[in-house]
Design a protein around this ligand. Structure first.
Ligand code: MG
Length: 388
């Protein structure tokens, strides 16, 4: 027997329930707030290169830098504007030139609606087999745009509880004792300090001992593939475990899968893949070799794939972390949308740069990732936001 959907809903009492939860008038009113004026119903992608200036010279196991090249993107549609961003730290192999070259090839005008996120991101991904940051710049702007059209932020559209976001860490890079002490004091409002290790045993232990001379705050360690021997790595992890460290990111080379699996089996602390985990297709390969993965939008092409990585990792009982590059509040607020599902967040990229050009979005309140209730990524345009 064929049941009419409306009478089924009515008899099941669902129609009234649904009406109290979602009021289409409210959604429409909320979406209208993000709309400037009626505009072209053709998506248009624009961009502008932007240099993020680092507050401190940033040093990790293999490199040092004073600024990070970015490209900001914008997609306009019917009076709405969505913002995105690509960040290109040197080790990713992308540059402003390669991102601009990629963006010129993107033709969003062929899609009739921004709501076709699945088709649009698949098409963007098919343009080249690399350019992950450039792809993320399109994906982030698209999510900001569609979130604004729906009048809701993405964590809400996905049905997640914002109160389950973890504390975010504040990164202290490899440096001299004096600078490490100074940076540790700067990290005081944060409840987790992330420490970059992976040089010599003497330097690594100096870093931890110096931080411990200032504070007992929980430490997350990122070795950035710096430890070469699994026995040495295990000894270091035991030493760190006695010093209030709660996780180890990428202890050994991303290619050392067997040695890392050996380490993970014996480690008293969770071992998280960063360099080894770029995209969705990596997650299954890492299952069993690492306890979890660090998702970064610049590695995985954006929020669409990040959302899928969350589901896959959860189904494999793997732990989750969300990380970032040196980024403005735009990409940071995009990454923060998946924070409710993660155990660790390393979303300090916007506070480590001196020229963040967006307001609003994700804020760190009492050390915790605190999501904005505003539509899309919740960003505010400021006097520092470049016009493009
Ligand atoms: Mg890392």
């Amino acid at each position: 027997m064929k049941t009419d959907r409306r009478s089924f809903l009515k008899s099941a009492g669902l129609l009234t329930a649904a009406a109290t939860v979602i009021n289409p008038v409210d959604i429409f009113a909320s979406a209208q707030k993000g709309k400037k004026a009626a505009g072209s119903k053709k998506m248009e992608l624009t961009w502008i290169p932007y240099d993020a200036k680092m507050k401190h010279t940033f040093t990790i196991a293999n490199s040092s830098r004073t600024h990070t090249p970015l490209v900001l993107t914008k997609i306009t549609y019917d009076g709405y504007e969505g913002y995105g961003e690509a960040s290109m730290p040197p080790y990713l192999g992308e540059s402003q030139a390669s991102v601009l070259e990629f963006l010129k090839r993107v033709n969003l005008g062929q899609f009739s609606s921004p709501f076709m996120i699945e088709d649009i991101t698949k098409y963007v991904d098919s343009i080249t087999s690399y350019n992950c940051a450039a792809k993320a710049a399109v994906d982030i702007a698209l999510h900001d745009l569609v979130g604004k059209m729906l009048g809701q932020p993405w964590w809400k559209i996905w049905g997640w509880d914002p109160t389950t976001c973890p504390n975010t860490s504040f990164t202290v890079g490899l440096d001299t004792e004096d600078v490490v002490r100074e940076k540790t004091k700067e990290a005081a409002p944060y409840k987790v300090i992330k420490v970059k290790l992976g040089r010599t045993e003497e330097q690594d232990k100096m870093m931890i001992n110096t931080i411990r001379s200032v504070t007992d705050t929980v430490i997350c360690v990122d070795a950035n593939q710096g430890w070469k021997d699994k026995y040495y790595a295990l000894d270091m992890i035991h030493w760190l475990n006695e010093r209030n460290v709660n996780m180890i990111e990428q202890p050994m080379s991303k290619y050392a899968l067997d040695q890392t699996a050996w380490l993970t089996e014996r480690s008293p602390l969770p071992i998280i893949a960063d360099e080894a985990c770029q995209r969705l297709t990596d997650v299954k390969k890492l299952h069993g070799a690492y306890h979890g993965i660090n998702i970064k939008l610049m590695k995985c092409t954006g929020l669409r794939e990040a959302r899928e990585m969350v589901s896959l990792a959860q189904s494999l009982d793997m732990k989750l972390m969300v990380g970032c590059m040196s980024e403005t509040s735009c990409a940071i607020s995009a990454g923060a949308q998946i924070a409710p599902k993660t155990e660790w967040a390393d979303l300090d990229g916007n506070v480590l740069i001196a020229n963040d050009c967006f307001g609003g979005g994700m804020k760190v309140v009492d050390g915790k990732v605190t999501l904005s209730d505003a539509p899309g990524l919740g960003l505010e345009i400021t006097k520092d936001t470049p016009k493009f």
